[in-house]
Structure formats: C-alpha cells, structure tokens
Design a protein around this ligand. Sequence first.
Ligand code: ZN
Length: 449
Amino acid sequence: MTSLKIYNTYNNKKEDYVPIHSNKIGMYVCGPTVYDFPHIGNARPLVVFDILYRVLIKFFNKYSVNYVRNITDIDDKIIERANELKISIKDLTEQVTEVFLSDCKYLNCLSPNYQPRATDHIKEMILMIEQLIAKKFAYVKDGNVYFEVSKFNDYGKLSNKKPKDLISGARVEVSELKKNPLDFVLWKPSKVNEPSWDSPWGKGRPGWHLECSAMSEKYLGNTFDFHCGGLDLIFPHHENEIAQSVCSNSTNFFAKYWLHNGYVTVNGKKMSKSDGNFISIQDLKQNYNGQIVRLAILGSHYRQPLDWNLKILDTNKKILEGWYEYYTGEHAELDDEFLNILLDDLNTPQFITHLHNLFSKVKTGDENARIKFNSALQFLGLFNESKEKFYASKKVSHLDKAEVERLIQLRNAARKSKDFGVADKIREDLEKNGIIIEDLNDTTTWKYK
Ligand SMILES: [Zn+2]
C-alpha cells in the first residue's frame, strides 16, 4: 500500500490521506479535564491515537509531525470537585495532571510535542471571542458571550444531523439569555470564589469548547490535518470547535480528517462509579504491567466498541508472557507487511493476528521471523522493557487473582485443621510468586510484593 487510508467521521467514509502541507502534519487530540483520575475509557484514545502518531512518523518520515494534546484545567467539574474535596483548584489540577502524565507513561504512549494547559491560553481565547463578536457570530448578554449557531450554515455536518435534530437528541443547556437553545457559551461570569480572568465582558472564564479552538490554532494553525477524540465528543464539543474556528478565522474547514474512537464498556455496562464498575488506570497499575493493558486495548479496532473485563486482561497477559519468552532487544525496520496493515485505518487487530501467525514461525527457531516479530511488537509500543524487567515486574505474577484467592482458602483450611506444615508451604509458594499475605484476626489479606 502506498497511502494511508483513514476513516473520516466528517464524510463518513474511508479516504486516502492527503497532507495539507508538503512538509508538515498537524494532529490534535482532545485531552483530559483534570478533575478525577483517568479511567480505562480515557486510556483508549491515548493508546489508539498514539498508534496514529507512530504511523505518521514512520510513513511520512520526511515530514515534521506536530502532535498537540491539551489539558483542560478550568471547568465546572473541576470547581465542583475541588469544593467537594475541600482543596484548592490548583492542588486538584496539579495532582490529577501528574497522575495523568504517569498513566501515559505506564501505557507507553509517546509524548505529544505540546501539551498546552487551558489556563495558560486565556489571552488567545479572549482574542478569538473578540473576532467572533466582530464578525457577528457571537453576542453578549449580561456578562456572557454566546456563539450564535444559526449564523453558521455547516453546523451539524460532523454529526450528520440537522440542528433541530441535535436539539431534541441531546442535552442542551437551557438559558433565558440565549437566542436559541443550541447557542453555546464562549465566556461566562465567574461566581464569587471561582477562578476568574479580566475580559472586555467582565471578570469570568472561558467555555470548554473554546479552549481547543484557541490552543489548536496557536500550535497548529487555522487548519490542520487530524483531529481526534472519543465518539462522545462529536456533539456538542467537536461540532462547536468547528463552528468557532471556521467562523473566527474565515476558513473553509478546521481539521481535514476527524477520527473518533468507539465507546468502552466494563462487563457489558456503561462505566459508572455508583455501579462499582469504574476502573481507573491507577487500579490497573496495581495488578498489571502496562504492556498488557496496551495490548488488550489494541486487540479491538479503534472504531469498534470495546468491552473491558478481567478475561480480556488475563488473556492478553498470557499472550504477552508467551511472547516475552522470545524477546530480543534487536531493532529492525518495521516490515512492510505489518506497516500496510496499519496504513489501512490503523487495523491493530489484524496486526495482532499477523503477529500470532508469525509467532508460530518464531517458535520453530526461525531467526528472521524472530527479528521481524520483535520489531513489529516494538513498533506497536510493546516489548519496551527487557525480559528480566518484564518478568521481575510485580504486576506479572504467574498467578491471577482467582488463583491467589483459591490458595489462600486452602491455606486457611489447613490452619484450621492445624496442618501448619501445609499452611507454611502455601505461604512460601505465594511469596515466590510475588504475593504477600497478612493475617489479621480471622481474615487474610494479600497484595503484590
Ligand atoms: Zn477538544
């Protein structure tokens, strides 16, 4: 294959990617709102768009690839959470940002070229609002500034919906100040004790959608190649980003290709804290090497839904442990067969199937196959640590949770019948597998060493 084919949400079809410029490529991924620890639903866009970045660097090696991912550090959710926790907004956003960055490292994602924070770009946002007001795409009402959706003919094109259908199909904030329910906020006044910045419309803060328009323009220009994010961001977030950027800069388009990853469910259900099926990346870090999580995410095509469960983790753990037996640190160029698979809309499941096929040759002692295999895994962001390190990692116990629980029950039964030799033997075996157990009154707890 001589081109990158990518499914463009804007046109709802797979297209040949043609760069806008002859020497540079711009890519923007909507980053986290730093109010809570990232979860498995946040991990997916991090990993799948990291693959896009790696493919762009590899396939367009004469171009400079500029990857930007923002950090939203001012938002209603942040203010609410900081109040709940009784800590300052600064402490909350700094703490969560730190965890987010360490999660990215754990998942072995390459760092973007820029990770701009919203609060460092208020000036750019105010400038953009002024342009929108001057061009009559926005209006001021009691210290609020709204974007007037009816002025932008292409509104709804990304979602492939007419504005009236968007109103009925989604939650749209109702306000008497708006001319039309779909109009969205660009600037709003801050309440007492909320962070605020001076502006021509009084002290206040920017709307969320505006942040991405202002920051992508600063680092990538008025138009750029790729805009990526989760499916849930299409409306209203991305629809609003397009409206703001196209109207303030008077361009024909904003991003040329729109990529959206599918939803993540946990055990077949929508993730929610109250249902107890909320999985943070920090939770996974306790028990699994990051490569296992990465491989499990890449096992589904990025546009398909992904159902997360223990089985998917344990299956991928076993696969990776088997593959690591044949690890070599050798580097070679990625084989064209593998690259071609990724050039077809980042088909990682097929890439992994191809790895399994090649693995059968690797096991027969075929040296060429082994080098090809190692290089392909490294390209995918796996095999990024030595064999010793991988096996020594406490997250790679050969015992899974169910097995540990079973052994602890056996040990408790042995202790009850005063069979202390057996009980001690089980404790030693567990320790050899990196499991520490502790007895307190009648309960036994355990953790990884
Ligand atoms: Zn965004």
